[in-house]
Design a protein around this ligand. Sequence first.
Ligand code: AHR
Length: 514
Amino acid sequence: MSATAHVQIALDAPGAVVPARLFGTFVEHMGRCVYEGIYEPGHPTADAAGFRDDVRALVRELGATVVRYPGGNFVSGYAWEDGVGPQGDRPVRLDAAWHSTETNQVGLHEFARWAESVDLEIMEAVNLGTRGPAEAAQLLEYANHPGGTALSDRRAANGRTEPFGIRLWCLGNEMDGPWQIGHKTADEYGRIAAETARLMRFYDPSVELVAAGSSNREIPIFGAWERTVLAHTADLVDHISIHAYYEELDGDTASFLASAVHLDGYIADVAAIIDDVRAERGITREIGISVDEWNVWNQTRWNTQDKDAVFAGDWPIAPRLIEDEYTVTDAVVVGSLLISLIRNSARVSMANLAQLVNVIAPIRCEPGGAAWRQTTFFPFRDAARHARGRVLPLDVAAPTTETARFGPVSDLDAVATVGDDGEVTVLLAHRGLDAALEVQLPLPGFEVREATVLAAPADGDRRAVNTAGAEHVAPRPLEVRPTASDALEVTLPPVSWAVIRLAPASPTTTTTTD
Ligand code: AHR
């Protein structure tokens, strides 16, 4: 049995431009993201600097645009100076955020060289947990000042004459959370963020600054936190962050599949607060929403089982932390969260899939062994490649499913974009659990360039995962049929994610004879 849905796309209506930075990612000194992730000297594919080429190839294929670094919770106890200078002289430290040992073999120079090699713009986070404005400004001077000062000359002596030219800076991380090193009240954080922003702008007015918003929408201080922080910083920052992680709770798959409803609401709430504060204070500066950590993450398992063991144990180097294995269902949720981010392009200025390798990541790898794509790799890769240009307004008419968290939710989520070359990309998430969905798109004058669908493998197991050497879950070709009413029609299996790329049909050539 299958039901039918209709997607009506307004091809000529105005829409926001999809920010390139919407397809950002995140590398934290946590678990095996850096060490045994992107960096593993001795691996057969490692380059002279110790970075794995097989992982690098997957990072390039993923096509992210921005990378947030070096944390996360890690940054709130980090001294950036520990990570510069000769590697042999760098201190080994305890990392209280993740109860690990940090060798500091990767720091700003190594990371920046790697990021340049994979075309990622760095979004550098400063420590506002145990440190403050002075250390943040010193890092900025070290990284970006051309030369002739103690800090910039130290950078040159450490092998980098040209400035790193880092434009994008996060003012701390999740300072609202009691788990954060140096956790603060909204007023305390707002003050230190404002002082730091002011000082950083004295040194370099061109920096773009991100204030730390809420760690999640359910934290009791959500809303009040944003209002207070923006009261201190609205005339000084360019973005305020949202962090959003989703998981399947108590076997409630329907609500999990509808996670984008939550993200849409979260973005709308923060956008309304930004508008209020700007209006109240007469602020003309635009403030975007930086969804700088988002993903599917089984946080319940981490909080109730894994965390206590990690924090009670030794202080290992690069332990296996939150290496979630992603299913088909998870990939469809990631795909629908991407749809939400793209749909909200008018307000979301950037977003970072957390994280990049091994730690709740689209890419996994083993020491000395293989690297592979998790199921969630594919929706991110395909959206980053093709969902560019302008967002096209659309209407979806589809069956609904009753969910415990969000009430009735449309089985079909969709977004469409049009590029400068006229190519239209339609992303579809079929959230229905039981039946296939026939989707009709009236798009006369377009021909199909490519259509793929990610769904359960032939055995129908939506819990299927990819493992080393066995990427069973990957997009496969999707048949697109013309209908009698000049529409295009596809059949989406239950719990699936699809990409349809369309180009304006070439004008028919007519031959005339004398
Ligand atoms: O991404 C993992 C962790 O999640 C980050 O360190 C922290 O900012 C968030 O709570």
